[in-house]
Design a protein around this ligand. Sequence first.
Ligand code: HIF
Length: 288
Amino acid sequence: MSQPGDFEGVRKDIIAILKQKGYDDGSAGPVLVRLAWHASGTYCKESDTGGSNGAGMRYEAEGGDPANAGLQHARVFLEPVKDKHKWITYADLWTLAGVVAIKAMGGPDIQWKPGRTDFADDSRLPPRGRLPDASQASDHLRHIFYRMGFNDQEIVALSGAHNLGRCHVDRSGFEGPWVNNPTRFSNQYYKLLLKLKWKPKKWDGNFQYVAKPPGADEEDEDLMMLPTDYALIQDEAFRPWVERYAEDQDLFFSDFAKVFAKLIELGVYRDEDGIARADKMKAFKGSY
Ligand code: HIF
């Protein structure tokens, strides 16, 4: 048991569980980033509901949503950390794990503030259907991310997180990593989007794009893009940002750090002094 408020201790223990021999590419990092995002990405600005408060994925209604398939791995990886630091809320732990993982994989420092509260029961979960559908295109991306309060540039900056990790047929129906080294954070995702010849994958599974990196052997694993990733180079407002982030990794890192920090704050009400106030959060007042 650690001292309440020892977030440095929590950070160290998150780093210690990142290496997972035998799991995916040997790292829990990418799936932790996805956990932080799915915890936050249910936010609706208009109704001020959903978001990173509550840790609703502990309950079947949210955790069992097909959109969240596979995230139980992330939650299980974090259990020893929660066990050692019982005072931290799950909602804080999941978002902190995302930013610690990004940094440990070579990404930028992302501002993280504590104060999220866990729901005491499952009566205030956001409805299913708020997370994006990877089979769709720009209109859908705007519909989902504008609802959270993001603009076009922020959508493209966030999307660089698909530099990490991979798709699993048994979780999403898609298959493969976006880049060659999916546990190293960089702007490679944008470079590959622009550079490779993306072709529809020939298979019975969900429609997705595949390509071989230049110089790859036949037996090398295909890289992939989801229809929502590909939409970023087809859309005339998104594409210039893809080009800028492909050219300028520093710009990408600094824009990504801002937008990911914004993502994990969604649904968190703070007083002017920065202290989170659960009683001022609509989701906690049960006003869905
Ligand atoms: Fe993902 N995302 N994401 N995503 N995502 C998957 C995996 C990861 C979308 C779909 C998928 C974001 C936006 C979107 C990560 C991080 C972020 C998978 C594969 C799908 C289908 C799941 C599986 O099969 O295991 C869609 C449609 C999005 C809207 C654009 C964010 C910006 C890119 C917000 C984001 O941060 C990460 C990391 C993974 C890898 C998880 C893993 O287990 O390796």
